[in-house]
Design a protein around this ligand. Sequence first.
Ligand SMILES: Nc1nc2c(ncn2[C@@H]2O[C@H](COP(=O)(O)OP(=O)(O)OP(=O)(O)O)[C@@H](O)[C@H]2O)c(=O)[nH]1
Length: 302
Amino acid sequence: MSETTFHCGTVALLGRPNVGKSTLMNHVIGAKVAIVTPKPQTTRHRILGIYSDDDRQIVFVDTPGIHKGDKQLNRNMVRVAYAAAEEADVLAIMQDVTQPLDSATRALIERFADGRLKQPRIHVLNKVDAVNKEALLPRLAQMQQLDPGASAFIPVSARKGVQLHMLLDEIARLLPEQPPMYEPDWFTDQSQRQLAAEYVREQVFLGMQQEIPFQTAVEVERFDECADGTVEIDAVILVGSERHKPMLIGKGGFRMKEIGTRARLGLEKLLDCRIHLNLWVKVDPDWFNHPGKLADLGLGAE
Ligand SMILES: Nc1nc2c(ncn2[C@@H]2O[C@H](COP(=O)(O)OP(=O)(O)OP(=O)(O)O)[C@@H](O)[C@H]2O)c(=O)[nH]1
């Protein structure tokens, strides 16, 4: 490794909810450091995923999807995304090509293309596995017109790993020449405790409908590594309303058991150890509008 040609820096993954930011980061890192669900607004805070090889270290910053919302939680999420953009070396602005280029996506692109932020921009056109090639060409032309100052426009499939090597090459080319910031075997800045909370929240998002996932948070109260190599975790699922509690627990505790089992299996794979996961449900009305509670949960505006 020659230090002078090593490229290292941060790239902010930005875009509307559900475009595939977390999927892309996980695919590149090779581990599920950011949870993924088909529901929008899954990512709530800034998550780092660190990719390292012999001559580059790319620190991906996965951000909450940029959206409108009236809760304090939603406003904080959007602020976190813009703050991450300001601090990054490169901006990767993602869109979902299976969806039309709607006014919200356009507004987002125009906001970054206005030159206020000086970092180089790459437009990432995701989910190409789900559209035909002919549909892609007009979309690329539209993008070139919307942001002629961008460094690149790269169609990818985050899910299938299509063209991600090209994206990595382009990002690395735009990063400063400097030595690595993290040890090469680090892949995230999240603690095991935070990952445990996120894995439980993922299962709530996947298992529950309507507004329940969006009004739920997870707090890990105990994370103990035992002498026999197993890990004991106690986690509380916070719900915003009394009527959500029985729905989350399910008949005879069925729903809760399912959420717990799935989260535990995912965590055992990630952490490579046996896990005992104990879950409780607690009602905390309107938690998503309380700045103090949001800060306790790591969901402040940062
Ligand atoms: N077909 C297809 N689906 C994808 C691709 N990338 C992501 N998805 C799906 O799109 C959905 C949203 O993916 P996420 O990675 O959670 O999207 P996100 O942008 O992080 O979403 P937020 O957390 O809401 O900001 C999931 O169901 C993914 O499986 C892709 O390349 N192709």
